[in-house]
Design a protein around this ligand. Structure first.
Ligand code: NAP
Length: 285
């Protein structure tokens, strides 16, 4: 293989997940690579759990510049890394992989992405009383991010209580507790930030909590849904006069941070944002 062909073979970055076809990441990563003339292609690498070891071996061999990891493999990726960042370690989840000298380094840029729209709004993170719905891979990153940002408290409410308890045990921080999903409304008057990290919301009209909760939230409260589209959860919060944040800023900011880890260059965040907004609108969903 000549130099050019060899170089081309390594100019690939991919998204590892199952499924991956729905992802918006190529729609904003590719224009960013192109704008900087990096000659990198962002690909979708549909990977089942049994195919993960082979995928990681290929990355170790220098076959690509790096990868993103999405549902349901973030925790498996964490376990497979040779080295991880302190935040990825805290969350127990990896969404960005950088191969280095035959070893895999894992980071978690979801954490940075989640906080970005809160920081843009100058939210006083150290005073926040948070309730988070869900205890999956995304919730782990979010809770770790909030604790590192110094929030006052985080209550985790999940359909499967044991999973919430496991998350709390892993994090080992006295500011985190679990509450039952049907106790969220009792807590509402003392909730400054209500986060939906459950998978409910992509389809249909189901809500993870009753809409009455939104009217009980204190003035200035924020409702945040990790889903990067309009959800019944966000619509109900807004109709109760609550400020809302959807998952698109988080997606773009995690992607921008990943871009910087792979390329060592500043990400064109505005361009990525515009491309993501356009791609979402083009889906008519
Ligand atoms: P996950 O690990 O599969 O966890 C799913 C969570 O949703 C669990 O807490 C699960 O509860 C709950 N859930 C699912 N169906 C439910 C139902 N019918 N009723 C009540 N609870 C239900 O997924 P994840 O990685 O945490 O992702 C969660 C969501 O965040 C997804 O929609 C994902 O797209 C989104 N996300 C967005 C970004 C972004 O950049 N915007 C980044 C990461 C994730 P049980 O434990 O009881 O099953």
């Amino acid at each position: 293989m000549g130099d050019t062909a060899e170089r081309r073979a390594t100019q690939r970055i991919g998204l590892i997940g199952d499924p991956v076809e729905h992802s918006l990441s190529p729609a904003f990563q590719q224009p960013a690579f192109d704008a900087l003339g990096l000659g990198i292609t962002y690909e979708l690498w549909h990977t089942t759990a049994s195919e993960l070891p082979a995928r990681f071996d290929l990355l170790r061999s220098g076959e690509a510049l790096g990868a993103n990891v999405t549902v349901p493999h973030k925790e498996a990726a964490f376990a497979a890394m040779d080295e991880v960042s302190p935040l990825a370690h805290r969350a127990g989840a990896v969404n960005t992989i950088i191969p280095r000298d035959g070893r895999l380094y894992g980071d978690n840029t979801d954490i940075y992405g989640f906080l970005a729209p809160l920081r843009e709004r100058n939210v006083a993170l150290s005073e926040l009383r948070v309730v988070i719905l869900g205890a999956g891979g995304a919730a782990r990153g979010v809770v770790a991010a909030l604790l590192d940002a110094g929030v006052a408290s985080v209550a985790v409410a999940n359909r499967t209580a044991a999973r919430a308890q496991e998350l709390i045990a892993d994090l080992g921080d006295e500011r985190v507790t679990t509450i039952a999903l049907d106790a969220v409304s009792d807590r509402a008057t003392a909730t400054d930030l209500l986060v939906n990290s459950t998978a409910i919301g992509w389809n249909g009209t189901n809500l993870p909590v009753e809409t009455g909760v939104f009217r009980l939230l204190p003035p200035g409260a924020i409702v945040y849904d990790l889903t990067y589209r309009e959800t019944p959860f966000l619509a109900a919060a807004r109709s109760a006069g609550i400020e809302t944040i959807d998952g698109l800023p988080m997606l773009v900011h995690q992607g921008a941070r990943s871009f910087e880890l792979w390329t060592g260059q500043a990400a064109p965040v505005d361009l990525m944002w515009r491309a993501a907004v356009a791609a979402r609108a083009a889906r008519h969903d």
